[in-house]
Ligand binder design. Structure first.
Ligand SMILES: [Zn+2]
Length: 138
């Protein structure tokens, strides 16, 4: 199960500040997002949320080569934050990636009519009310 971080992640981040979804510009976090833009990341499937997913950390050699691309002007504190995020993984919100590849969720159903996700085992879709369009993600 993987996601690919959007190429335009930085401008999307700035856009979410403009619309009030994010309260303040975080330069260290932007540095992390720049390093991850366009990259495909494995998902930590221990906890699968509807609108956000935790990614697995990258191998140490990949982390080091990404950190080597940071400009000289980047502070040690920012480098530390980038190292932590790349090593441990990040919480990726739905607007940060292009979609989930290989989404497998045995307890989760997808309504093929309206694309609403539900953890209900049966019954009507909580969004559109249709009863015959649920499909297990497995
Ligand atoms: Zn539905």
């Amino acid at each position: 199960m993987q996601i690919t971080i959007r190429d335009d992640i930085e401008s999307r981040y700035v856009g979410r500040i403009t619309t009030g979804h994010i309260s303040a510009y975080d330069a260290s976090w932007v540095a992390v997002l720049r390093l991850l833009a366009g990259r495909t990341l494995e998902i930590d499937t221990k906890f699968l949320f509807r609108d956000q997913l935790n990614t697995e950390g990258l191998p140490a050699d990949e982390v080091e080569s990404l950190l080597a691309t940071l400009p000289e002007t980047v502070s040690d504190k920012c480098r530390e934050r980038c190292h932590g995020a790349l090593t441990k993984g990040i919480r990726a919100m739905y607007w940060m990636h292009t979609g989930v590849d290989g989404d497998v969720r045995p307890t989760r159903k997808l309504c093929r009519w309206c694309h609403h996700h539900s953890d209900k085992s049966a019954g009507a879709c909580g969004n559109c009310g249709k009863t015959d369009h649920f499909e297990t993600l497995s």
